[in-house]
Design a protein around this ligand. Structure first.
Ligand SMILES: Nc1ncnc2c1ncn2[C@@H]1O[C@H](COP(=O)(O)OP(=O)(O)OP(=O)(O)O)[C@@H](O)[C@H]1O
Ligand SMILES: [Mg+2]
Length: 780
């Protein structure tokens, strides 16, 4: 550790010791005014933790701290003389409000994102027990001890200087052991130690050494005072500042190492990552409203008027739709997705998927569609990066009102001007109370039946085609965008017999289809873990596909197949948008690289895990889920000779981790690349369309492999992926075969009972469809 850092840590602590000692005094008279130590650190005006010291000591949980205030107490509102300080008092009251907000959103991290941040992690059980474990007798003893040794720095110095070991009674030794055992178990002490960069993994070792030191040097009076206090929280409070002194002197290397790890995983203040965007005065226009209200239309008008522009789409399919529409209107526009680059000569406009956004180019107008996706647990970071980093004079955001408040906050941080434009739906969406009465025979022309699993989609299609005169197109996530588009066109075109669409939630975003009525086959879906109700926001999005302005059916209808689902549908449509409190972030490669340098020789999957544990985030952000990336990283661990950057790129390839074939091909591509050989796709081409579901699945996964190759070819040099043209041709071919297969499909799917049996075993319980009030009334 540099001497500078040591000095600042010491100064930091010395000042803290003053706070602590005054706190102790204060505790004796005003127990009720407890607050977190961390809070004082960030608010006591003299605290070096917020000073302009040459080497700034940064609290690892700095920004979380406010969130923890509610969590626990330590200090109080006194100045160093132990007198009541009005200024601090008011500071603390301000903080109390913030803390409640912060702590709520903190718990969101656990529930929604499943991200547990070690630095921000407070052992609730440990801390909530804190300060409740004391008897009146031990409280009294603690007060006496605190009064006698109000300066922990001086006490530590005394202990250091003492040579003789005191003669203690057996029972005194026993109690002392218990006190240190209690200290070692204290979640509160472990959390507070983070402030001096004693990590949780090192904390037990540090306590053990501190105990040995204390036993060696202890002074009889202190020990006897402590023994009277006993293994209690007061004892921990008393020992903690002495422990801090000890650590600073004894473990400079550990402190420095942990500090550098923590600093390199700093994801706070993401707005400052984009200095060029910050140097601009951007105008942000938020087109805020429900589905089918003209948000994207209006933003695109501005995009097309501009000298140059960028449209950022949530889906490849939507990027293609805008690319086609804009070019058809005479504005030259290129297309850029992970898999596809279509450069249109002289084009100054680009339609891209949001993950492809470049923050290097300068634009007059940028459009970020479906901005509420900033809160998406996995992909949210791409929207956040686009909003914070795009270099555009004008940025048009299209989305529902759920992120309006947080966008306001972000704009006030970036200094951008925010203009809000609020929209209403062109025509209200009408709920058909009659439903389809559980019978798919009641399907009508222009219906889109929405189901949430691939198997259900095909069952519905087969049933409708068998029992009615209608023919069905299908759209679901595993289909290539080209095939989805072909199916959408088939459905939109009035000149054929395909007048019903059966789709998954893949139709939910932005697409303009000729849908008269959205019929929910069910309102629950499997979330990868269990069956859960479809979230209200998603139900609204999907239902909003009906009755688009300018379509054949401008009056939108929605209903359910079963009467018992109708109440839930109505509830969802009536529900106001939940306000989003946090948006996603993910480190850039450079940040991961910096972090990797601090923990050398760590496997990449471990590195990501470690980063997730140590990264610091501001209260408005969460770290996006990356379990999928970790799984790929694990698989690629055996591939030798990949640089960190290569590994990073391979791990982000779009691969379905549940598809062994796709995973195998990714592994093969990575190992060929690592040997510096040209990467090929070792895969034959099927000759004909699928005759059954297994063949259809095979076509889908073949296309996924080809799509992955194309994505990788855009990340690496051409010499490594030289077969792009061939692969593109194969992908087009397969997309066509898929389209043919879907139009011809009439095979029988696996029986529902068989699948349900399998699912039940795995599920072990889950969501049951909400009981319909209507049904209850009818039953009565
Ligand atoms: N002023 C307008 N003139 C003509 N057509 C319009 C106008 N505004 C919107 N539309 C058409 O209405 C339809 C819905 O508009 P748009 O896609 O912009 O809605 P949205 O609010 O973005 O919906 P979503 O939230 O579903 O994306 C589109 O087909 C669009 O072309
Ligand atoms: Mg839109």
């Amino acid at each position: 550790m540099t001497r500078g850092v040591a000095r600042v840590l010491r100064r930091a602590y010395t000042s803290r010791a003053r706070v602590l000692s005054s706190t102790r005094n204060f505790h004796t008279c005003r127990e009720t005014h407890c607050r977190s130590l961390s809070y004082l650190e960030s608010h006591v005006p003299t605290s070096p933790f917020s000073s302009d010291s040459p080497v700034r000591v940064h609290l690892p949980w700095n920004d979380y701290t406010l969130g923890f205030c509610k969590v626990r107490c330590f200090s109080s509102t006194v100045d160093k003389n132990g007198e009541n300080d009005e200024k601090l008092e008011s500071n603390i009251e301000d903080c109390e409000e913030e803390s409640l907000v912060g702590s709520d959103s903190e718990s969101d991290d656990y529930d929604e994102e499943g991200v547990v941040n070690e630095l921000g992690d407070v052992d609730d059980s440990a801390v909530s027990d804190a300060f409740s474990n004391n008897s009146a007798e031990s409280n009294e003893a603690a007060r006496a001890l605190n009064a006698a040794y109000h300066d922990p720095a001086a006490l530590y110095k005394d202990l250091r200087g003492s040579e003789a070991r005191s003669n203690l009674q057996r029972n005194e030794w026993d109690t002392l052991h218990e006190i240190f055992g209690y200290f070692a178990q204290s979640g509160w002490a472990a959390n507070q130690s983070l402030a001096i960069y004693i990590g949780k993994s090192f904390f037990p070792t540090a306590v053990a050494k501190f105990r040995d030191f204390f036993f060696e040097t202890c002074n009889l009076e202190v020990v006897q005072g402590l023994v009277r206090v006993g293994p209690t929280d007061d004892a921990v409070k008393f020992l903690f500042p002495v422990f801090v002194e000890f650590c600073i002197e004894e473990f400079p290397d550990e402190i420095q190492r942990f500090k550098s790890v923590v600093d390199s995983a700093d994801l706070t203040k993401p707005a400052t990552w984009f200095p060029f965007a910050r140097a601009m005065k951007r105008k942000i226009v938020y087109h805020c409203g429900p589905t089918n209200s003209g948000k994207t239309y209006n933003a695109l008008q501005r995009f097309m008027e501009a000298e140059n522009g960028l449209y950022c789409s949530p889906l490849r399919l939507l990027a293609m739709e805008v690319f086609d529409k804009v070019n058809a209107l005479g504005v030259y526009c290129s297309l850029l997705t992970g898999q596809e680059k279509k450069h249109v000569p002289f084009a100054k406009h680009v339609s891209c998927t949001v993950e492809m956004v470049s923050t290097d180019e300068l634009y007059e107008v940028a459009v970020i569609d479906e901005i509420q996706m900033m809160a998406d647990p996995s992909r949210g970071h791409a929207w956040t990066k686009a909003l914070l980093g795009l270099k555009a004079d004008e940025i048009h955001l299209c989305g529902d009102p759920s992120v309006l408040e947080i966008v306001r906050k972000m704009c006030s941080e970036t200094g951008d001007e925010l203009v809000e434009e609020h929209y209403e739906r062109f025509k209200p969406l009408v709920v058909e109370g009659k439903t389809l009465l559980g019978d798919l025979k009641n399907v009508k022309s222009g219906d889109c039946v929405v189901a949430f699993s691939r198997r259900e989609i095909f069952e519905v299609k087969m049933a409708i085609e068998k029992h009615t005169k209608h023919r069905c197109c299908v759209i679901y996530g595993a289909l290539p965008p080209e095939t989805r588009r072909q199916q959408a066109n088939l459905f939109n075109d009035q000149e054929n017999e395909y007048d019903v669409l059966v789709a998954s939630d893949a139709v939910g975003m932005g697409l303009n289809l000729n849908i008269r009525r959205v019929v929910f086959y069910s309102l629950s879906k499997y979330n990868g873990d269990k069956v859960v109700p479809v979230p209200a926001s998603q139900v609204k999005q999907i239902a909003g596909r009906a009755g688009r302005r300018g379509s054949r059916y401008p009056d939108g209808l929605t209903t359910t197949l079963h009467l018992e689902d109708l109440t839930y549908l109505i509830e969802c449509l009536q529900q106001p948008f939940d306000e989003v409190r946090k948006v996603g972030l993910f480190p850039f490669f450079e940040q991961i690289e910096l972090f990797a340098a601090k923990v050398p020789d760590m496997a990449f999957s471990k590195l990501l895990e470690h980063f997730g544990k140590h990264c610091r985030l501001d209260g408005s952000y969460f770290l996006c889920r990356h379990d999928h990336v970790k799984k790929v990283a694990n698989m690629l661990e055996k591939v030798q000779g990949l640089s960190l950057e290569d590994r990073f790129n391979f791990c982000f390839a779009p691969v379905n981790i549940r598809n062994p074939k796709a995973m195998y091909h990714l592994y093969r591509m990575a190992s060929t690349y690592s040997q510096d050989m040209p990467v090929n796709v070792a895969m034959g081409m099927p000759k004909s369309s699928a005759r059954n579901d297994t063949e259809l699945l095979d076509l889908e996964s073949r296309h996924q492999v080809l799509s992955m190759y194309l994505w990788l070819s855009n990340q690496f040099e051409e010499k490594n992926f030289p077969f792009v043209e061939k692969v593109e041709a194969m992908a087009t071919n397969i997309a066509e075969l898929l389209g043919e297969s879907l139009t011809k499909a009439n095979w029988k799917m696996e029986s529902k009972e068989e699948v349900m049996k399998g699912q039940k075993k795995e599920d072990g319980g889950g969501y049951e469809r909400p009981v319909s009030l209507i049904k209850l009334v009818r039953n009565k």
